[in-house]
Design a protein around this ligand. Structure first.
Ligand code: PHE
Length: 339
């Protein structure tokens, strides 16, 4: 009998199962109420006394081995079932989810769009690869016009003439071609100029263009709209319009806002004057309206254009324009709290 029990211990230790059901069968076979161990313990009663010690020990060993085997196999099935399920252990701490951040250019663009949306401006877009007509000629900048030099252009092709738009004013032209007054539209977008890259300037940057055309639009309307904008956007309520020149507007002006001289930074960014230039604007030149088949005797309008980087640099005190394009997460992460 001792040999038989020892053989069974070997069998038990070598046993393996591929399903839970097989484990259960094994358990019933060995440990069940009609199982192998039950029979052996019954037989044990008839064992001669001098053999009882060895056989008893062996039987206990067999029972221990069978119990261990059942537990071990049961556990292994439970673990794999758990790791295979979608949720795993629901009591485990979760993976940390990193909050993303919008790019500061998007944040500022959205804020500007939102301010003008409240007074009825829609958003329009045009292509970044433009032709001479939409970027220059239609905007009252015929060939050889000296003002073309104001904007160092990246030319792509001569025939057909293609270039990278130097300002979002090109969208004005396109919008007027496809819409009739009243027009109230805002055109945000990327523009390109062949300029040396420095802390203040880049060859790629962003602008937002505004265009308003209707009957009886005056310079006073322009000024009130810009005042509303600077109040909403910067919380500043003093602006001044300095005479300037743009070929597509007449009269033209440069808009300054009174930033104040409260901190050292204020002194630095306003060069000690308290005033900051934030955009160009003017009344749409009658020639521009004519080029778009809008009757300048019936309609008038205003336009303005501002650089988004410049405004973002002011609002967030960003010292170098190149930071916008480097995609350094240490910079971008700082905008997590802004929607
Ligand atoms: N397009 C001009 C620029 O890029 C800005 C501007 C837009 C000025 C509309 C007047 C009217 O500098």
């Amino acid at each position: 009998m001792l040999d038989k029990v020892k053989e069974l211990i070997g069998d038990v230790k070598a046993f393996n199962a591929s399903t839970k059901e097989e484990v259960e069968q094994f358990r019933i076979q060995y440990l069940g109420s009609k199982g192998v161990l039950k029979d052996l313990f019954n037989d044990f009663k008839d064992v001669e006394n001098h053999l009882k010690k060895d056989i008893g020990q062996a039987l206990n060993q067999l029972r221990g081995a069978a119990t261990d085997k059942v537990n071990e196999l049961k556990n292994s099935f439970e673990n794999t079932a758990e790791s295979k399920s979608i949720y795993g252990d629901l009591t485990r701490p979760s993976e940390p989810i990193n909050l993303g951040a919008r790019h500061p250019i998007s944040i500022v663009r959205n804020q500007i769009v939102e301010v003008f949306d409240r007074i009825g401006f829609t958003v329009s877009e045009g292509p970044e690869i433009e032709d001479d007509w939409h970027n220059f000629t239609a905007l009252n900048l015929p060939e050889y016009h000296p003002a073309r030099d104001m904007q160092d252009t990246f030319f792509i092709e001569k025939d057909p003439d293609l270039l990278l738009r130097t300002h979002t004013s090109s969208v004005q032209t396109r919008y007027m071609e496809n819409n009739t007054p009243p027009i109230r539209t805002l055109s945000p977008g990327r523009v390109f100029r062949n300029e040396d890259i420095s802390a203040r300037a880049h060859c790629i940057f962003h602008q937002i263009e505004g265009l308003y055309i209707d009957t009886d639009v005056s310079f006073a309307d322009l000024k009130q709209t810009l005042l509303y904008f600077t109040k909403e956007m910067f919380g500043k309520s003093k602006i001044r319009l300095r005479p300037s020149y743009f070929p597509f507007t007449e009269p033209s002006a440069e808009v300054d806002i009174y930033w104040g001289l409260e901190t050292e930074t204020d002194y630095k960014i306003t060069k000690g004057t308290g005033w900051l230039e934030i955009m160009g604007c003017g009344m749409v030149d009658p020639n521009v309206l004519k080029n778009a088949n809008i009757d300048p005797t019936k309609y008038s309008g205003y336009a303005f254009g501002m650089g988004i980087e410049r405004i973002a640099m002011l609002l967030y005190q960003i010292p170098d324009i190149r930071m916008f394009y480097e995609n350094d997460v240490r910079f971008l992460e700082q905008f997590k709290s802004v929607l």
